[in-house]
Design a protein around this ligand. Structure first.
Ligand code: GDP
Length: 226
């Protein structure tokens, strides 16, 4: 599909989120985002007391920039990029009810076997049996789409039955976002734990940020009683 002239949905109003939902997202993310914990092993994980929304992606996917854009501050990225903390799972309290969880990046070209093994063990330990983890945002570069290391994580998420959704990053740099959205959507249908919703974002232009805030705020609401 060389000529894709559909309008790119970046930044367009999303009918799914009305003004009240956008405002709820804005209010949630206007709160202070406090670093509460860094865990380098399963033993050190904090008790699963609050709803957690996790962020994961290949190194350099734009995870720190996206979380900075969401929270409007640099706290989270600064902590997560501190030497010694880059291989930890970092927990940030956004409100009394919601914790943002920053998983260490993966897919470094220079990662040793030991580094990959340690990452896998830590992340697997976290994903397995974490009832408080409501959704994982799997960050995918809008220029490149899903890559093999992303598939490894998707397999882990499916195996742990952790609900996840794709969030495309760096949309301002991508020339064929719709094509990548289609490819990602097609691949996600083959993954049982994947949520079909795909968010397209740019930390640089702010596109898609307020709808992602609204989506996270909606997830932070207590689940309705059945
Ligand atoms: P991380 O390793 O996943 O935390 O990635 P960073 O947030 O550090 O971003 C990696 C690189 O991509 C940096 O040079 C950022 O400036 C750049 N970057 C991140 N987000 C965007 C974006 O939305 N648009 C553009 N054009 N560049 C971005």
């Amino acid at each position: 599909m060389a000529n894709d002239d559909r309008p790119v949905n970046v930044g367009a109003p999303d009918p799914e989120f009305d003004a009240a939902a956008i405002e709820a997202g804005r209010r949630l993310f206007a709160q202070e985002c406090k670093f509460i914990f860094g865990a380098a092993s399963l033993d050190a994980l904090p008790p699963p007391e609050r709803t957690e929304i996790a962020f994961a992606g290949r190194s350099n996917v734009g995870k720190s920039s996206l979380v900075n854009a969401l929270t409007g501050r640099r706290t989270l990225a600064r902590v997560s990029q501190t030497p010694g903390r880059t291989r930890q799972i970092n927990f940030f309290m956004l409100s009394e009810a919601l914790v943002l969880v920053d998983l260490p990046g993966y897919g470094y070209a220079k990662a040793s076997k030991t580094m990959i093994r340690d990452w896998t063990r830590l992340v697997e330990d976290y994903l397995r049996g974490r009832p408080s983890l409501r959704r994982l945002c799997l960050l995918i570069d809008a220029r490149h789409g899903i890559k093999p290391p992303d598939r490894d994580l998707m397999d882990m998420l499916d195996a742990s039955a952790v609900s996840y959704q794709a969030v495309l990053t760096k949309a301002d740099k991508a020339s064929s976002v719709n094509q990548v959205v289609d490819q990602v959507a097609a691949e996600l249908t083959r993954h049982p734990a994947a949520h079909p919703e795909i968010r397209v974002t740019s930390a640089r232009t702010g596109a898609g940020i307020e709808t992602l805030r609204a989506a996270i705020a909606a997830l932070a609401e207590p689940e309705p009683l059945r």
